[in-house]
Write a protein that binds this ligand. Structure first.
Ligand code: SF4
Length: 235
């Protein structure tokens, strides 16, 4: 491609795809820092969209959010937590009732079984409390690294990893911060680029930006605060 051709296709005056591919680790960290600062100004109230009052509720809501929108989960959880407000209540639930309560979140049979197992594991192994470590969380039914990261970051204020959901995955690739598609590999790249104290914030910012601006089908590059830092920008 001739020099400048990327710019002539309506790109903003900013980083090109070729420059992003060739940039040094230091330059990419600096660019990531600037993206973080701008998104922080753009989305000052970014936080997890799952309604919760404590770590137990966030853990349950996050399990239910697999393959489901946060909005739908928030419609389901009030009745679920009224009926089963504690791990002990959940541990004594009937599978059929649980299935009915979470039916509209999809994959309800698996999710209900996971919640029942979760309640029982919390009661028998953790004194009815949600453990605050990655190792212990990951041993609970229905809990993978992403769910554990959500709970550790948003309920316990621990930056142990970076939540890589569909928005974080899409934006990280569009922003040229990774070329990976595997969430755990993307997470490793982001952990290398973003200061640890900002890992939870970073995920919440990318999720907010992905919902409001950098949408999957139609990114609104013309009103994007980081367009000049984004090799995928088309304006
Ligand atoms: S909206 Fe456009 S410019 Fe902004 S991050 Fe997404 S692809 Fe890049």
């Amino acid at each position: 491609m001739a020099p400048g051709a990327e710019r002539r296709r309506g790109r903003p005056p900013g980083i090109t795809p070729g420059q992003a591919r060739r940039e040094s680790a230091r330059a990419r960290r600096l660019r990531t820092g600037e993206i973080l600062a701008r998104l922080r100004r753009e989305h000052p109230d970014a936080h997890t969209a799952l309604d919760h009052r404590d770590a137990f509720e966030l853990l349950v809501a996050t399990i239910l959010s697999a393959q489901c929108t946060d909005k739908r989960v928030n419609e389901v959880t009030p009745a679920l937590f009224r009926r089963f407000p504690t791990p002990r209540d959940l541990a004594g639930a009937s599978l059929a009732e649980l299935e009915e309560l979470v039916r509209t979140t999809g994959f309800y049979h698996n999710k209900a079984r996971a919640l029942l197992g979760l309640g029982q594991a919390l009661v028998t192994e953790h004194g009815s409390k949600v453990p605050a470590s990655m190792e212990e969380l990951r041993q609970l039914p229905g809990v993978g690294r992403k769910t554990a990261n959500v709970v550790l970051g948003n309920a316990f204020g621990q930056n142990v990893g970076v939540v890589v959901d569909t928005h974080v995955q899409r934006l990280s690739r569009r922003l040229g911060l990774t070329a990976e598609t595997d969430p755990e590999k993307i997470e490793r790249h982001l952990m290398d680029l973003v200061p640890q104290r900002d890992w939870t914030l970073w995920s919440n910012l990318l999720i907010a930006h992905g919902r409001k601006v950098c949408q999957a089908r139609r990114p609104l590059c013309g009103s994007c605060a980081v367009a000049d830092l984004c090799p995928s920008a088309e304006i």
